[in-house]
Design a protein around this ligand. Structure first.
Ligand SMILES: Nc1c(C(=O)O)ncn1[C@@H]1O[C@H](COP(=O)(O)O)[C@@H](O)[C@H]1O
Length: 167
């Protein structure tokens, strides 16, 4: 089974991006973590994007804050799906990052999650890998269905408890 490449513009993004890894851990999916910045190390970033698909990576999850060009620049050079995570910083609350990531020109898609939505990025990467053929993909799909059933059960139990407390 392909791995997920988790990359971020700075080690400071890990406070948000660690949730990508935690979601993948729950699904037994391997990942490799790295820091590559389009702004601070453009050559290394391009090399990462150009070679990721040759290194057993099937999906890239890229997080960055502020003028977040990393996800889009990776999408420009890789054939793999790229999921962008807007990382909120001290100023502008991540709106700058969200707009930088989501407003891609036609032809260069980045699947953008919500501001700070690292967990959903991990879950989306799991769904992408689970959509392929093979035993491992089948296992991920099955586990995702169980995960969704759990979500429903928990939401219903919480609703019931609220009703009991109010009535
Ligand atoms: N947005 C980018 C890019 C990029 O898009 O290439 N490289 C670094 N950064 C962002 O700068 C913020 C501050 O970084 P520092 O904490 O290192 O100063 C981080 O959120 C990072 O993702």
């Amino acid at each position: 089974m392909a791995k997920v490449g988790i990359v971020m513009g700075s080690d400071s993004d890990w406070r948000v991006m660690h949730e990508v890894g935690e979601a993948l851990d729950e699904f037994g999916i391997e990942y490799v973590v790295g820091v590559v910045s389009a702004h601070r190390m453009p050559e290394e970033m391009i090399a990462y994007g150009k070679t990721a698909h040759e290194k057993g990576i099937g999906v890239i999850v890229a997080g960055a804050g502020g003028a977040a060009h990393l996800p889009g620049m990776l999408a420009a050079v890789t054939p793999l799906p790229v999921i962008g995570v807007p990382v909120p910083l001290k100023y502008l609350d991540g709106m700058d990052s969200l707009l930088s990531i989501v407003q891609m020109p036609a032809g260069v898609p980045v699947a953008t999650v919500s501001i700070g939505g690292a967990r959903n990025a991990g879950l989306l990467a799991a769904r992408i890998l689970g959509a392929s053929e093979g035993v491992e993909a089948e296992r991920i799909r099955k586990q995702m269905l169980e995960f969704q059933a759990d979500l429903k059960r928990i939401a219903q139990e919480k609703g019931e408890r609220l009703k009991e407390n109010l009535n």
